[in-house]
Design a protein. Structure first.
Length: 700
């Protein structure tokens, strides 16, 4: 049959190559279907043809013979003959015998107050299980003797028996699949006989009263009620129904037993889905990051420190309250629980979170010399639509925690540690976890007596900042050591432009670029900024929104057209008016401006030159433009652009620039004040001698 028919997984298959027309150029193929089409069909859930095996080193791809249509089967039989009639029986199947004694025993089994019998499905199931276990016991003894006779000591008999039981598909026995579970089941069957196979639920008196699935469903739903009914209430409601439906009544103890057994199903109804996730479902065990800056987490904390606050009420009277608390948003690096960033406010807000992140990134510059962002950031889902873009920008990977999953945030237990370690030592400590007992609470009477000594808001902020500073001082060396261990691929710099765009303050108005630069007022101080990037000059027509860091005003970020254009500007270098006031570096900065302007002029000249060439070419190639006003204005009688008249003047200006550069070189090598003064005089005389201003004014 040339391997047309092959058995795999105890099923008869047909090699695909004998069915398809365009695969391997098989001359014996029936060519019934295109190979690609057949592949799509046998992998589809709705197709009648079923794939039996994928092609591999062990053999060709097979399609199940029984799944083929009658026409295909007939063509296969005509060409290749009838397929094999049966699969060689395995050893376990040969030894399997259905236990009729077990069938009779389970048929006569009775349980419960009403002397109930097993239903037919259970009788059949238990009979098959007993027959399989009989076979296991028989083969087990044979294999032990066989192994002993051959002197084999390493044979894992229970593993071989487990393999046989799992491979035995002729009967749906529903027995366990692992070797340990099949061993326990077999040993218990050898000890207790058929009784061991009967479910303990049927043998339990409480379960007998709730045998019917509908009855169980009623009790479970009463248990799962969100109002948390007690056992007496549940049994009373159930028994009222039972009387009307002729069901057996139940006691509160029966409900209590059922509540324990159905806890997994009913827990969420009584306690909520969050409690189910935190207390019942499987938790992930995690370890701290291996080095610094791999992972940040953040959260808000209402600090357990009280402060007094005086306000004016509606009647104009001063009212002082003493129960006020501040909120801290803390950014924590779990590698050694280092407080990398924080911000203090009255309550958690998106702005407070943003300030905490800014503080964290700013602190990285204090630690490492440059701004850095973490490889991964985790937060809860508070205001995630608004804060999500910031989280994603400030980290390489942003992974929000699952909603209402407090255990995923290690920062919350850390707050408890800080509260116990620092806050509890202060007189204005408010206590922690009120419901936990008096040992975690201060004396209310004493608190009331000393309330007038509580710090005000500024004083309380100072307390919190001192606590965080102490934490940083204790852990800084270890954190820096961890930074040294961090792989280079996980060290992500944040450039100044990105920092200012994310965290910079704005003036609230826009500015225009002028010749002297871009001037703005910050905290009452007038400052001027500019850029040596020519692209910034090209966009001088735009209105610019300025982002700045009030702690460092050396650079600002100019943002135009809603973020489309961004330029980092430097604060303008201030040149002295008097030559006598000049100091080292002034000439270098002046030269930068001259060089930049020269480059801009060259750029302008190059662009004008290109334009002139294009205009001349246009008018030369288009005679129909001869009598137009545009040609009269732009081109002279020789067909050349009138701008050519500037050529000699432009060349003379270039010679002036060259002379200027030579003079600057001399300035740097001689006495600065004297040479500079002579330089400006020489420059003025040179211009007067070389350039005729009237020539500029009399150009056509």
């Amino acid at each position: 049959m040339d391997n047309v028919y092959q058995f795999y997984d105890n099923k008869l298959g047909v090699a695909i190559q004998y069915l398809t027309a365009d695969r391997n150029n098989n001359e014996k193929s029936l060519a019934l279907i295109n190979y690609t089409t057949l592949r799509k069909r046998i992998t589809s859930k709705t197709s009648p043809e079923k794939e039996l095996r994928k092609a591999s080193w062990s053999g060709p791809a097979l399609v199940q013979f029984s799944s083929l249509c009658k026409e295909w089967k007939n063509q296969l039989i005509v060409k290749f003959g009838n397929p094999p009639e049966k699969i060689k029986e395995n050893y376990f199947k040969k030894n399997f015998v259905l236990d009729t004694t077990a069938f009779n025993w389970f048929s006569n089994y009775r349980y419960g107050d009403h002397n109930l019998g097993l239903d037919e499905k259970l009788i059949e199931k238990y009979t098959v299980q007993a027959s399989v276990l009989n076979t296991v016991l028989k083969i087990k003894e044979e294999r032990k003797l066989y192994a002993k006779a051959l002197g084999v000591k390493s044979l894992d008999i229970w593993q071989t028996l487990s393999n046989d039981v799992n491979a035995f598909k002729d009967e749906d026995h529903c027995l366990p699949t692992t070797k340990d579970s099949i061993r326990r089941k077999t040993n218990l069957f050898a000890k207790e006989g058929y009784e061991s196979l009967v479910s303990k639920k049927l043998q339990n008196n409480n379960a007998r009263k709730l045998l019917d699935e509908i009855q169980l469903a009623v009790v479970d739903e009463l248990i799962a009620k969100h109002t948390n009914l007690d056992n007496e209430e549940i049994s009373g409601m159930y028994n009222d129904m039972a009387t009307r439906l002729d069901w057996p009544s139940i006691s509160a103890k029966t409900v209590a037993n059922r509540k324990m057994k159905s806890n997994l199903v009913t827990y969420a109804g009584r306690n909520g889905s969050s409690a189910l996730s935190n207390n019942v479902l499987m938790q992930t065990k995690r370890k701290k990051p291996s080095s610094s800056m791999l992972f940040w987490t953040l959260d808000g904390w209402d600090v357990e420190l009280l402060y007094q606050d005086t306000k004016i009420d509606k009647s104009g009277r001063k009212v002082t309250t003493y129960h006020n608390r501040l909120c801290v948003v803390m950014v924590l690096d779990p590698s050694n629980k280092y407080p990398i960033g924080y911000a203090i406010g009255t309550h958690e807000t998106p702005d407070l979170i943003k300030k905490a992140l800014q503080n964290a990134v700013s602190h990285t510059k204090e630690l490492f010399g440059d701004y850095y962002k973490p490889h991964q950031l985790q937060s809860d889902r508070y205001q995630i639509k608004k804060l999500g873009p910031i989280y994603k920008t400030i980290s390489e990977k942003y992974t929000p925690s699952k909603a209402k999953n407090a255990k995923s945030k290690i920062i919350e237990p850390h707050f408890s540690i800080i509260n116990k370690k620092y806050c509890k030592l202060m007189d204005n400590w408010s206590g922690h976890n009120v419901d936990s007992g008096s040992k975690n609470q201060p004396n209310d009477e004493v608190l009331n007596k000393i309330r007038h000594s509580f710090p005000d808001r500024v004083g309380c902020i100072h307390q919190i900042e001192t606590i965080i500073a102490q934490e940083r001082n204790k852990k800084r060396d270890e954190f820096l050591k961890g930074w040294g261990k961090t792989a280079q691929e996980f060290k992500h710099k944040m450039d100044v432009s990105q920092y200012l765009f994310l965290f910079g303050l704005t003036t609230g108005y826009t500015n225009k670029l002028r010749g002297e630069g871009l001037t703005l007022t910050i905290n009452g101080q007038k400052l001027t900024y500019d850029s040596f990037d020519i692209e910034f000059r090209k966009l001088a027509y735009l209105d610019w929104r300025i982002h700045f860091n009030e702690d460092n005003l050396d650079q600002v970020l100019a943002v135009g057209e809603n973020g489309k254009y961004r330029f980092l500007l430097d604060q303008k270098y201030i040149q002295p008016m008097a030559l006598a006031d000049r100091k080292d570096g002034d000439m270098e900065e002046l030269s930068k401006v001259w060089d930049f302007n020269k480059n801009v002029e060259n750029y302008i000249a190059d662009q004008r030159k290109e334009n002139i060439e294009k205009v001349e070419e246009l008018f030369l190639s288009k005679p129909e433009l001869n009598d137009t006003l545009a040609k009269l204005v732009l081109v002279d009688s020789r067909g050349q652009h009138k701008e050519r008249k500037y050529k000699e003047i432009s060349q003379e200006a270039n010679r002036v620039h060259e002379k200027t550069n030579k003079i600057i070189d001399r300035i740097e090598s001689k006495d600065s004040a004297k040479i500079q003064n002579n330089f400006f005089k020489q420059q003025e005389e040179y211009y007067k001698s070389k350039i005729d201003i009237e020539e500029f004014l009399n150009i056509d």
